[in-house]
Design a binder for this molecule. Structure first.
Ligand SMILES: *Cc1c(COP(=O)(O)O)cnc(C)c1O
Length: 367
């Protein structure tokens, strides 16, 4: 006899993140994990230097942080739940609301955690086909069955960078039954135009079955601290607060998160850097024969003629000190995801891809 985990858990592959090192290459440009190339706000770094008493439990309600988030986004602090990364909010949702027999919809090329967290809860994740690498609301609604209990939509989506507009999100929500939760994952929200981004906070406030999630890991540059949050209808907030660990947010993360929120100038600078270099990369890559789709996030999808060429390019880039993200696990083996980096990183990526294409062309012509 030996211990046996719950059904579903051994069906999950363990999550494999973006590569962060290349043997023999010192200080590579890590463009595989969508981190902010400008780093964290200096204010957040300063907050991390401040003394605190590690022997004292942190505020288990993350009150100051929730109030600051509420003020910045004009939300009700009561309905904000903070998580150890937004991944924890996604996991709490699946643990609380899903079980065997339940179905979960996500888009074809979606963030891997949706599938993993659903399986961990014993539910069945279903990948729904996309149109031009964009979520297809008709297909999602067509995949709804009486067993559907949750729908995940990252907007913009990782790894495709595409986005749905507000009316499409409304149409998706309108086609779901009241006991199906629509999770709008805004991990890259800060990179979008604040005037036009369909955050969905109003949907959360108007309905009992919409949750939005946000993270400090991307534009806020605090990935190491593991800090995210969800904006929930009151009943869902109540459920997640019962299920979560009582002190799930640690003190340094709260302090740095608060300071980072206060420095919106850093977010604006990060958004501007990203927009500038994303456009530059798309344009320059276009010049050497890649047609890169418009991205609304802090990465681009570089598509190759074949899976083989994509993996050869991945190895080539790594050897040149530029680490992209291979996308086989996301169902896009012919593509690489490249985070927008520092100026030096972006230029190194372009130079490496230029050389890769030149060598590939020569190889094709000669043989
Ligand atoms: C990076 C990412 C997250 C955030 O993860 P954290 O746990 O907050 O670091 C969530 N959703 C998507 C789509 C992401 O790409």
């Amino acid at each position: 006899m030996k211990p046996v985990p719950k059904e579903g858990i051994l069906d999950m592959p363990a999550y494999v993140g973006g590569r962060d090192a290349v043997k023999g290459v010192a200080n590579p440009h890590k463009m595989s994990a969508n981190e902010n190339p400008l780093g964290a706000s200096p204010a957040a770094r300063a907050a991390l230097e401040e003394a605190f008493d590690p022997s004292v439990y942190p505020d288990g309600h993350a009150t100051a942080l929730r109030e600051a988030l509420a003020k910045l986004n004009r939300l009700n602090a009561e309905n904000i739940v903070c998580g150890n990364g937004s991944d924890e909010i996604l996991q709490l949702l699946t643990q609380a609301y899903l079980g065997p027999g339940d179905e979960v919809l996500h888009t074809e090329h979606a963030f891997l955690i949706y599938k993993l967290a659903s399986r961990a809860a014993g539910a069945r994740p279903i990948a729904v086909g996309e149109r031009a690498l964009t979520a297809n609301v008709d297909a999602l609604l067509g995949a709804v069955t009486p067993a559907t209990r949750m729908v995940f939509l990252a907007n913009p989506n990782n790894p495709t960078g595409t986005m749905l507009e507000r009316d499409e999100i409304m149409r998706l929500h309108a086609g779901l039954s009241g006991d199906t939760i629509l999770v709008l994952d805004g991990a890259y929200a800060e990179y979008c135009d604040p005037q036009n981004y369909p955050a969905g906070f109003d949907l959360v406030e108007q309905h009992d079955n919409v949750v939005t999630t946000r993270t400090f890991s991307k534009a806020y540059g605090l990935a190491a601290l593991r800090l995210g949050w969800g904006y929930c209808p009151p009943d869902i907030a109540n459920v997640l607060n019962r299920l979560r660990g009582p002190f799930n947010i640690n003190q340094p993360a709260m302090a740095a998160g608060l300071a980072a929120l206060d420095d919106q100038g850093h977010i604006e600078a990060s958004r501007a850097h990203n927009a500038q270099w994303r456009e530059w990369l798309v344009q320059q890559l276009g010049g050497i024969g890649f047609s890169v789709r418009p991205s609304f996030a802090n990465f681009i999808l570089v598509e190759f003629d074949s899976d083989k060429q994509a993996s050869a390019a991945e190895a080539f880039l790594c050897a040149r000190g530029v680490i992209p993200r291979g996308l086989t696990a996301y169902g896009l083996p012919h593509a690489l995801r490249l985070s927008i980096g520092t100026e030096a990183g972006n230029r190194a990526a372009l130079a490496a891809l230029t050389d890769f294409i030149a060598e590939t062309d020569v190889a094709e012509k000669s043989g």
